[in-house]
Design a protein around this ligand. Structure first.
Ligand SMILES: Cc1ncc(COP(=O)(O)O)c(C=O)c1O
Length: 426
């Protein structure tokens, strides 16, 4: 029979609980691992792992990459010229750690114009190395070990490691039904007096949802009831389709003083490798966040910050054209994926299509993902990457930030897949 000691040690060794218990063996007979408990709690990025396999296979055959969320397109020439000019003008040393003031001013203008958020570039805006760093620094600034942080599931895979690196405990709220709706009762159950923060991503990766005023109002009400900070990740804010409207959580009554609004240039300007992100937060939060940002990365790359000013000053037409281009790509991909029998709800925003791949008949989406990649040369992202570690799912995420010709080739291969499956059934 198991002793209490065995049970406690077994619990302490479970993934996700090691840092809560603080030791691998509570009763101390095991020697210390040479790695931190934190690093052992965190799983390797599945998306990056998958991307490496795609590169390996690409040496043997052409892979149609509808997987990792990076645009296939080059950055606009104006931005490339601005980056080159900044290098020539010797913007080669550290910038102000919070970001060049001209860039922070451009960010403040954009927040006022597009998001309806008024903030002071001197005291409320910080430029970071991507939205990823902004989320990490914000988490480090507000969350203590054993606080709870609410993660809406499925979720962008960085969120869980960010919570764990702060020593906090994730509380998941699953989006409901085939349309991935945020259920008020489900959300309310996750809040309690240990809740410190909630991560809210709209437009939402991977589902393509754009949260409605009503859904955001539920979040706002509960944040105020439980004195919780919202970290609003709005990186896909310009990719919005049809009648859907991007609403920044910080604009809801009572939310500006408790919301850290994060975005960046990666997706909007097709420059994921430039590593430029930014956030707006009330001045007292910003003071704390800036200290951590300074010690995490010091500053974002100086010449690219200069080019970022040009990017943020592009006329409204740039955004309209970009959104229209993605909507056309979305429709093209939906048609192909639909013909191949995948079920999905129509993306309202982002550049992702999150599909149910159950009809392929695999045990889980990792197997379906491998089959599509190895047998048909189509790269996607397996759905389990967007869920807590123990969950098995049957989703595949397709990215449509691709040229029409890439999506067309993907469509051809999906039809071959249908034909292969029909053959097998005969
Ligand atoms: C929801 C979400 N937030 C943040 C990021 C990362 O953005 P950045 O490149 O600015 O770090 C991504 C990238 O895929 C994302 O999907």
């Amino acid at each position: 029979m198991l002793s209490v000691r065995d049970i406690i040690n077994w619990l302490a060794s479970m993934p996700g609980l090691k840092s809560v218990f603080g030791s691998k063996s509570i009763f101390g007979s095991q020697s210390r691992s040479k790695f931190s408990l934190r690093s052992q709690d965190i799983r390797e990025s599945n998306i990056r792992d998958a991307a490496r396999l795609v590169v390996q296979l690409s040496n043997k055959r052409r892979i149609v990459n509808l997987g990792q969320g990076l645009p296939e397109f080059p950055a606009d020439d104006i931005l490339k010229q601005a980056a080159k000019a900044a290098l020539d003008a010797n913007f080669n040393q550290y910038s102000n750690t919070w970001g060049y003031i001209d860039l922070r001013q451009a960010v403040a203008n954009k927040f006022r114009r597009y998001n309806n958020i008024v903030c002071d570039p001197e005291t409320e805006i910080t430029v970071t190395c991507g939205a990823s760093e902004a989320i990490h620094a914000a988490m480090q600034a507000i969350v203590d070990p054993n606080d709870e942080v609410i993660i809406i599931e499925p979720f962008y895979e960085n969120y869980l490691p960010d919570v764990l690196m702060a020593g906090a405990i994730p509380r998941y709220v699953r989006l409901q039904g085939p349309n991935f709706l945020l259920d008020e009762a489900e959300l309310a159950r996750a809040f309690n007096k240990r809740t410190r923060a909630i991560l809210v991503n709209t437009p939402h990766n991977p589902t393509g949802r754009v949260f409605t005023q009503e859904e955001l109002a539920h979040i706002a009400r509960l944040c105020q009831k439980w004195n919780v900070v919202a970290i609003a990740d709005e990186i896909y804010e310009y990719m919005i389709y049809g009648n859907h409207k991007h609403i920044s959580l910080a604009t809801l009554p009572g939310m500006k003083e408790r919301t850290i609004t994060i975005s960046g240039l990666s997706k909007t300007f097709s420059v994921t490798g430039w590593r430029l992100g930014y956030m707006a937060a009330p001045a007292d939060y910003t003071r704390q966040i800036r200290k951590l940002h300074d010690y995490i990365t010091l500053a974002a790359p100086s010449p690219l910050q200069m080019a970022g000013i040009t990017a943020l000053n592009l006329p409204d037409d740039f955004y309209r054209q970009m959104s229209a281009k993605y909507q056309t790509a979305r429709d093209q991909l939906m048609e192909a994926v639909g013909k191949a029998g995948f079920k999905f709800s129509i993306p309202e925003g982002t550049y992702y299509l999150f599909t149910d791949a159950s009809h392929l008949g695999f045990e889980d989406d990792r197997a379906a993902w491998e089959y599509l990649l190895k047998e048909h040369g189509i790269a996607t992202v397996a759905g389990y990457c967007f869920f807590r570690p123990e969950v098995k799912t049957n989703y595949l995420r397709f990215c449509y930030a691709k040229y029409p010709s890439t999506i067309e080739e993907g469509a051809k291969r999906l039809l071959q897949l249908v034909a292969a499956n029909c053959e097998q059934e005969k």
